[in-house]
Design a protein around this ligand. Structure first.
Ligand code: ZN
Length: 193
């Protein structure tokens, strides 16, 4: 069954070891932020630093593992039809729009959509780690300067993760203009046994 995350929203759910999670960009050029927590001890969570270190790459894709802050494997990427994901930048938050977009008004954000959906699992705002940003196209030059570019994902691109331990997962349909080429679209996901 394919579930839809409506534009600028999020979802959180449980996954069992051995299941697979497929995340789909149905229209193209839409980022989805994903965070993971050990379902039996939420102090263990996905770690950008451990993953980039152990995979020895800034670009995480098919064949790579997503590692926890306790150096355990949480997921393996089995398929990745787009192949460009980001694991450097934190989820967009209310402050992102104040600081980067000079917008003092309320703006939906991945950070809010993550913590609001994770409240039922007793996970709090300050527990949210750097997300694995599926389909996000962050580029850098030889000086190390970063830029957020339009996603390279086309309609129907997807990524499949194998679940290696029982997890609480939260996913968003990202709300940041620059990350999604200026328009907000839904994200689809499917849990496969
Ligand atoms: Zn976002």
């Amino acid at each position: 069954m394919i579930c839809e995350i409506k534009k600028q929203s999020g979802a959180a759910f449980l996954l069992k070891k051995g299941e697979k999670l497929k995340v789909i960009d149905p229209q193209g050029e839409q980022v989805s932020d994903m965070v993971l927590f050990n379902a039996h001890d939420t102090r263990e969570k996905i770690s950008s630093g451990k993953t980039l270190d152990f995979q020895e790459s800034l670009l995480i894709t098919k064949g790579d593992y997503l590692w926890s802050n306790r150096s355990n494997k949480m997921m393996k990427i089995l398929e990745d039809t787009n192949g460009r994901n980001d694991f450097l930048l934190a989820p967009c938050s209310p402050e992102t729009f104040q600081i980067m977009y000079d917008n003092p008004n309320y703006h939906p954000s991945c950070f809010e959509n993550l913590y609001v959906n994770l409240e039922e699992f007793k996970i709090e705002k300050d527990d949210i780690p750097t997300a694995f940003n599926i389909f996000m196209n962050v580029q850098w030059n030889s000086k190390g300067e970063l830029s957020v570019e339009a996603p390279l994902s086309k309609a129907g691109d997807y990524i499949v993760f194998e679940v290696l331990t029982d997890l609480i997962v939260a996913l968003t349909a990202c709300s940041a203009e620059d990350s999604n080429n200026g328009s907000f679209k839904p994200i689809h996901y499917e849990i496969l046994s």
